[in-house]
Design a protein around this ligand. Structure first.
Ligand code: FAD
Length: 202
């Protein structure tokens, strides 16, 4: 019941593409920011929707590690932020995935890349229902509980249960918060607390 009252972070629609050619115009990291960032956030956070002109991130891992694709071919990841699953008024994910894909192609055309779709040989798509199914992420929220004022610091779920003191928690939705490095800090905190409770050297 208490968890139902918590607020959750946004989610993302991610495209993982295998391409039969390389686009030299794409560096390892490409970020497109929404023109109207207030509307962008309102759409994602308040309406749990996909903005009409979303910010998005493109990663070409082959620029950093040539082993990510055979010579002359490429891999590309596109990440488009979107609202988490709306349990009261479920989104049509097929439509939102289609719109997100079009948004990526539209943005790429600004770099002169207009034929990407024709060069996609393989595709895997992850959207909030897939994050929920594959990783058991509540509401498909990829960053767990959000970092609003009432879910920060002391108010965020701790690493040790307040009553059942031999029950521990770790990960993005606990102390200190979300993201890879922070989740690792959370693991260290929890391990340290367990060691202290058992009189072990951390
Ligand atoms: C597309 C994407 C991009 C991201 N980019 C970044 C980034 O650039 N930088 C960054 O810092 N963070 C990023 N994040 C966030 C980061 O990945 C998470 O904050 C971090 O992985 C959280 O770690 P965790 O250990 O709490 O949870 P997870 O990494 O989700 O690990 C939890 C594990 O528990 C398993 N599990 C769940 N339920 C059960 C169960 N009942 N029984 C057994 N196993 C279970 C899951 O399958 C999963 O393997 C990104 C996330 C996504 C989805």
């Amino acid at each position: 019941m208490r968890m139902r009252r918590k607020r959750y972070s946004c989610s993302v629609i991610s495209f993982f593409w295998g391409l039969d050619r390389v686009y030299p115009a794409l560096g390892p990291h490409t970020l497109f920011l929404a023109d109207d960032y207030r509307e962008n956030f309102a759409s994602i956070v308040k309406r749990l929707d996909l903005p009409a002109n979303p910010s998005l991130y493109l990663h070409a891992p082959g620029r950093l590690d040539p082993g990510m694709a055979p010579p002359g071919e490429d891999t590309l990841i596109a990440i488009v932020p979107v609202g988490h699953i709306n349990e009261h008024n479920p989104q049509d994910w097929a439509v939102l995935i289609h719109q997100a894909r079009r948004a990526v192609f539209r943005r790429l055309s600004l770099l002169g890349i207009t034929d990407l779709e024709a060069h996609i040989q393989f595709e895997t798509v992850f959207a909030p229902p897939s994050w929920l199914k594959r990783y058991n992420l509540s509401k498909g929220a990829t960053h767990g509980l959000c970092h609003n004022l009432t879910q920060l610091g002391y108010l965020r779920p701790g690493n040790r249960h307040p009553h059942y003191t031999n029950l521990y928690f770790t990960g993005a939705s606990t102390h200190p918060g979300t993201g890879m490095p922070t989740a690792l800090v959370s693991a260290r905190h929890t391990a340290t607390r367990i060691c202290e409770a058992w009189g072990l050297t951390p």
